[in-house]
Design a protein around this ligand. Structure first.
Ligand code: SER
Length: 328
C-alpha cells in the first residue's frame, strides 16, 4: 500500500467514525510562540482542548507535518528514527474516551490495514487499570502478557505519561508496538517494549488527556477530557510495504535514496558507514526542505540555527563519507 493510499484510508476511516478532516498546520505555529516547531498533531489543536477556541467539530482527524530534534543522534544510526515525519492523528475534544480510541485504532490497523493481530503488543501507564481492562477484558484485544505496565511519575519516570511540556494538558497514554521478532533489532533480542532495543516498533500512541498539570506538579483532573492519538505515517508504511526493518526503503524515502545514490555513486546497502550517511542525508534534506517551505531560513539564532545545523550535518556526510574522504 503506497503512502498516498495510507493517508487516504486513514482519513476515510475516521470520517466514517464521525471525524472532520483538517489540513496540516505549518511547522511553525503563529498562534503559539512557546512551541519551537510543531512536533505533534495535537499542538495546533491546543486552543480547542483548552476551550479557548470553538473547534469546528468535536472529532477531528489530521495528518500533521512534525519536526523533532530529540532523536537527532539516533537518525542514521538506526533505520527508523527521523527528524521530520507525518503524524496521523484522531482527536476527541470533550467527546469519546479510551474505549473508542483503542477500539478504532485496532480496527484500522487490523481490519483495514491488515496488520497481524498476533504481532501487536501494547503498553499502558502503570496505574491505568481502565486502559488495562479495555485491552484485556472489555474489548479483549490482547492477552494480559502482551500489555506492559510502564512508567512511574513518583520516581520521575514519565514513560507512558504524555505531556507536551512541564505544565498543562497531560495524561496517561497507551502505545501499540509491532513486535518485529527476535531478529528485529540489535541484541538483546529478548527485551520488552520498555527497552529501546529495536525489536519493537512503536506504531500508535493513544494519549488520554485527563489532567492539567500545575507549576507545583499537581495533577488537576479535567472536566472535559480529550483524546489525542498519533501514528507515524513512515512507520505504517514500513509495515504495509514489507520493509518493517527500514523506513528508508519505503516509498516516502526511496526517491531521495535513489537520488543520493546517483549523485554519490554509492549504493544503499553497500557499507554500514555509507548507509548511515545516506540515511542522514535523506532525512535532513527532507526536513530542511519542509522547514524552508514553511518560512524558516538558515541563520545564527533560534529556529534558523536548527535548520543551519541540519544542513551542515547533511553536508558533512555528503562531502566526508559519500565522497570517500572519511569523516561524517
Ligand atoms: N501527542 C502524542 C504524541 O506526540 C500522541 O499524538 O505521541
Amino acid at each position: 500500500m503506497d503512502s498516498a493510499r495510507i493517508r487516504e484510508e486513514f482519513f476515510r476511516f475516521f470520517e466514517e467514525k464521525g471525524h472532520v478532516r483538517l489540513p496540516s498546520a505549518p511547522l511553525v505555529l503563529k498562534d503559539d510562540p512557546s512551541v519551537f516547531f510543531t512536533s505533534a498533531g495535537m499542538q495546533p489543536l491546543v486552543p480547542y482542548f483548552l476551550g479557548k477556541k470553538q473547534p469546528p467539530a468535536k472529532r477531528i482527524a489530521t495528518i500533521q507535518k512534525c519536526f523533532r530534534t530529540t532523536d537527532l543522534e539516533e537518525v542514521g544510526a538506526d533505520t527508523w528514527h527521523l527528524t521530520f515525519f507525518e503524524m496521523l492523528g484522531n482527536f476527541g475534544i470533550g467527546d469519546y474516551w479510551k474505549k473508542e480510541a483503542i477500539e478504532w485504532g485496532w480496527e484500522l490497523l487490523v481490519q483495514r490495514f491488515g496488520f497481524e493481530a498476533a504481532s501487536l503488543v501494547a503498553t499502558i501507564y502503570k496505574d491505568d487499570d481502565e486502559a488495562y481492562d479495555i485491552w484485556t477484558k472489555e474489548l479483549a484485544l490482547l492477552p494480559p502478557e502482551k500489555v506492559f505496565r510502564l512508567g512511574d511519575l513518583e520516581t520521575g519516570d514519565e514513560t507512558n505519561f504524555w505531556s507536551p511540556g512541564p505544565t498543562g494538558l497531560c495524561g496517561p497514554c497507551s502505545e501499540v508496538f509491532v513486535d518485529r521478532g527476535p531478529q528485529g533489532g540489535v541484541p538483546p533480542h529478548d527485551c520488552s517494549p520498555a527497552e529501546d532495543c529495536g525489536r519493537y516498533l512503536e506504531i500508535w500512541n493513544f494519549v488520554f488527556q485527563q489532567y492539567d498539570r500545575k507549576e507545583d506538579g499537581s495533577l488537576v483532573p479535567l472536566v472535559k477530557r480529550n483524546i489525542d492519538t498519533g501514528v507515524g505515517l513512515e512507520r505504517l508504511a514500513q509495515v504495509l510495504q514489507g520493509v518493517v526493518h527500514d523506513t528508508f526503503r519505503t516509498d516516502l524515502f526511496q526517491p531521495l535514496v535513489r537520488k543520493i545514490e546517483s549523485l554519490s555513486g554509492t549504493t544503499y546497502g553497500a557499507t554500514a558507514q555509507t548507509d548511515r550517511s545516506i540515511r542522514i542525508l535523506a532525512d535532513h534534506t527532507r526536513a530542511a526542505t519542509f522547514l524552508i517551505a514553511d518560512g524558516i531560513a538558515p541563520s545564527n539564532e533560534w529556529r534558523g540555527y536548527v535548520l543551519r545545523r541540519l544542513i551542515r550535518r547533511g553536508a558533512l556526510h555528503a562531502v566526508g563519507v559519500l565522497s570517500g574522504d572519511g569523516g561524517g
